[in-house]
Structures are given as structure tokens and as C-alpha cells.
Design a protein around this ligand. Sequence first.
Ligand SMILES: C[S@@+](CC[C@H](N)C(=O)[O-])C[C@H]1O[C@@H](n2cnc3c(N)ncnc32)[C@H](O)[C@@H]1O
Length: 288
Amino acid sequence: MHHTPVLLAEVLSALEIVPTGVYIDCTVGEGGHTEAILNADPGCRALGLDRDTSALATARTRLATFGDRVRLANASYAFMVEEAKEHGFFPADGVLMDLGISSLQLAEEGRGFSFQRDDPLDMRFGPEGETLAEDVVNHYSERALVTILQEFGEEPRARRVAKAIVRSRPLRTTGELAKVVEEVLGRWGRIHPATKTFQAIRIEVNQELKTLHTGLAAALEVLKPGGKLVVISYHSLEDREVKVTMRESPVLRVITKKPIPPSQEEVRVNPRSRSARMRVSERLDGGL
Ligand SMILES: C[S@@+](CC[C@H](N)C(=O)[O-])C[C@H]1O[C@@H](n2cnc3c(N)ncnc32)[C@H](O)[C@@H]1O
């Protein structure tokens, strides 16, 4: 089972794919969006980046039939300018960023992204990361944990969760962490009470907001005039960063005044898409 690409029709229409177009999928994951881009026009080419080597291996197999029309590189999108230049994708007609985590990563043994498995607390997207979830959980101060849970997890009961984590140290596995959160928050409804905690720790481990900030600046540099920037975010801090960059950049024209959510039908078929929000801008002429 592949990760189901989110807002797929909306992404394709926003990119306005042209026959000789050159596209950068900053978060290629299992290649769902890239495959659809390459299928949209037989003349276009795509460069896919990902920090995750195992996601790239899946994408490589899936996209093999496209031959030279696709290039894949194990790199953070923070370095997309260098990667685009190296692989002949500079300047680009479109840049796509589909932030967050894939179903494959959630399901993969040993990654530590899911509270539904009992794995070591890792949560790094790529092996180069220096901080592990275990470091955050066992060594951050209670105060720092509260801030992370509030800001990156939007967890309204951050203080209680942070206190419980500190009291239960050392925590070694995702199962132990999920249990601590469940005990303190209780459980009702379909969404696991540790969802926000896991999201917050993952964002901290991977420094996702800082990287997004750098990545958006790189995207402006890589796009040609008229090129499209399409970003799908999964929580409000990410979305705010995207909104502010798009509004305040003198070299972008905002196309989506309000973010585009998935349709009710998409959420029904793929509940993981529920928090997705897509924003689109066009690169204007003029230097940076
Ligand atoms: C939601 S998934 C993308 C799914 C993909 N669009 C698909 O259709 O299969 C997000 C991906 O972004 C990757 N990622 C996260 N941070 C990254 C970064 N800084 N640079 C490149 N890839 C990153 C993750 O490893 C993950 O594979």
C-alpha cells in the first residue's frame, strides 16, 4: 500500500503543467505527486528530493518507468537551489512542498513516528539528524517541553503532558510515551490522545519550522518568473509561515487568498488528509 497523495487534482491544476516544464517535488516521499506530474504531460521533467532514504528507494522503484524524465536526490529541500543546479532543474516552472509525514514512515518499523507501534524513540526523517525523540523526551526541561507541546502540537493540556513525561523518565519507546500521555489525558473519540504530542516532538526533532523557512526562501530563488509555488501544510504554524512568506514576498503573487482544504469526499476516503491546507503563489519577474 502506497501513501495516498493529498489534494492531488488541486496540486496538478495549481502547477499548470506545461510540456517542456521542469518541476521540483521537494518532498517526493513515495512519489505519488511526482508520478502524477510526470503523467500530466509526456514532455515535462521532475526532480524529487527527500531526506528519507527509505522513502526515496520506494519512489525510485515506482518512478523507474519514467527514465530520464525523473531525477531523485537524498537531500533536504533547504538545499533545493544547489540540487536543482546540479541536476539541471534550474530554474524551475513549479515547486511543490507536501510537508509532514507519509503513511510509509508512520508504518515503518523502528522509525518511532507512530504511537501504534512500540519502537525506540527516534523520529528523524533522515539518518543525518543529531537529535532523537529520546533526547527531547528525556533531557529537555519541563518548561521547554511545555513550549514545544503548545507551539508545535497545539496541545491545550501541554502542562499536564509535560509534567507526566518528566515524572515518568526515562522513557525508551513510543509505546511507553503513548501510555503516559493516554494515562494523563484519558481516551475518547477516534483520535489517539498522544497524536499532538507525537507531532510536536517530531517537529522539534527535525527542526521542521526552521527548515521550512529556509526552504521557502530557496523556492523563491529556484522558480522562474511565472513559476508556481504550491505548499501543502498540516498544522497552523506551518500554514502561517507559508501564508506570511507568500503575502510578504515582493516577488510572489498570491493565487489562493484562502488555503484550499481537501474535499469532504477526500477526507472520507483518506482521513489523514483532514488537516491539509494548500496555498499557491506565482513567482513574479524581478530579482530577489
Ligand atoms: C507527506 S510526505 C510526502 C508524500 C508525497 N507527496 C507522496 O505523494 O508520496 C512528506 C515527505 O517529506 C519528507 N521531508 C520532510 N522534511 C524534509 C526536508 N527538509 N527535505 C526533504 N524532504 C523532507 C519526509 O521524509 C516525507 O517523505
